[in-house]
Design a protein around this ligand. Sequence first.
Ligand code: GLA
Ligand code: ZN
Length: 655
Amino acid sequence: MYIGVDYYPEHWPKERWATDARLMKKAGFNVVRLAEFDWVNIEPADGQFNFEMWDEALGVLRSQGIHAILCTPTAVMPAWVAAKHPETLAMQKDGTRIVWGVRKNNCFSSGTYRFLSQRVTRAMAGHFAETPNVIGWQTDNEFGSPECFCDSCRKSFQHWLRAKYGTLAELNRAWGTHFWGHRVQSWEEITLPVDRGSHNPGACLDWQRHFSWLNVRFQREQVQILREVCPKHFVTHNFMGLYQELDYYDLARDLDFVSWDNYPVWGPPETRYRASMAADLMRGLKRKNFWIMEQTAGPCGWGTFGRNVRPGELRSVAYQQLAHGADGQLWFRWRTCTAGREQYWHGLLGHDGKALRRYEEAAQVATEYRRLEKELAGTTVKADVAIVYDYQSLWATRIQPAFAKNDYVGAVGRYYDALLRAGVNVDMVNTDADLSAYRSVLAPRLYVLPDELAEKLEAYVRAGGTLLGDGRLGVKDATGLCHARTLPGRLSECLGIEIPEYEALPDETSYGVTGRGRMEGRFAAIHYADWTTPRRAEALAKFDEWHVDAYAAVTRNAFGKGAAWYVGTVFKEPSFYDLLIRELLKDAGVAPEIVPPEGVEVSVRSAGRKRVAFLVNHTEEEKTVSLPRRMTDLLTGASGLREVRLGRHGVAVLK
Ligand code: GLA
Ligand code: ZN
């Protein structure tokens, strides 16, 4: 297992390097990530390369048995690139170019920038291909910005559309340009939809896809070189969890595995559902374990900073990711930097270079991970429940949310959190995933629903699956046009409902909802309401208000060998979602092994018959978890346990 830190030898005098490497080794670290922002030192002048400093630093690290992941350094262009080729700087909406001096400031369609990127990648790859302690590469750094509105990007967009649609007639149809007289008569007439809120929604969706594609292509050009020149090395990238600008499934395709940057410590201690959800998505991108390339090491911020990790918290943050499938882990950063914009993004060592409490805790984690290594080898999370996580629906929702409080991640999160509270592992999967392996599939906010996908979901239920859909399901086709059908369109039969009318609810409005039978209870509906008419479905909850009391808020339809649930509103109470998930899991025949107390998270990694259960206490109270059978705590060695006691931020790893 690779455990280590993000290291910047270029920030410190050479004389310090040996001390750093020694301290890393003492902590039990065996890997560092290097050089993602050091283009100017690697290529100080056009086409002239210099690797002396890096050779020396790698040598020092190697003497302590520390491996290295190198980065293509294209996240920051050297000043000479900007001066010589100003067109490589991204153009902002107002028509001015980004002022050089930040990072992530390049245009991704610029031929010059792509050429320079490939050249520096090839030079680095060639130089380090045989360096003994180099094991792999990170492409660039956190792809996803900036959006660029330059002429080159406009031409690129026009070409991309031409390749996609073939004819102008098809483009005009797909975007529905008969509206507002927006029909275009030549490809050159196509402009950039600079304002997501008022341009044609189809154009906005394609612009987002094009931006994503530009990043994917840029990365692919680097990956091809790395594969050719460094066949022994892996290639990864540091993703940003629930970041929304790119289709992460596409970005992941060319890589060996996904890595991501996890900074979940900001406000008061909380159950870190989003960090779990992000981890499950990161695992879902390639259906494969992932690494943490940057992990919170202390207070974070560029101007002001957040709170410090409390004793035990740095460890629980790490274990949460291990539990969800992290196979490698690096803390960001090694030593807090005395210079630059990130002086306050704190590391394991202080400005003074002294090993802090945080260093000791990271070292403890490294030692424990070593102890677990054998038990975890080959294991991953295997889930009975999947959530369809779809960037097309996410983007379409951002372009036209339909109701003010509609945010895709938040909507998915309501179900995700309830599943986590129930002690159930979840896979986050793309729309093209094979669903047959899952007992239950949740497809929240599946706004964009091409017919093939609707048919696939219907077939899934017919064959015995338990499906859940909710508000705005299937409103749009793949190009952003509304289907000319009564909602939920192609899924009407499967869900056993029709939704001829619907509405957004203003902030001050909520509807009472009365649930009966399996959904017994009183709840409050907020933000949005489908006026759902059950056809064959059973209404499990109905609205109370006189004008909507004929309509169902929650329905369930027995269909084929399975069941299809529909939730046509947003519920205020998390307890609603707990009840819903409980009933859904009953339908699906999924029974979690360990039901955690509030604030404690359970996750299971398994391989064949081997099962390792993780418990993470996110709270600062002691929690007791009862176990389904006698288990052994792999960290303490205690065996025959029928229950475990977890202290503040405590963790247990059980077999
Ligand atoms: C990101 C980047 C790092 C660093 C941290 C802190 O995750 O990848 O280079 O900037 O944020 O800001
Ligand atoms: Zn551009």
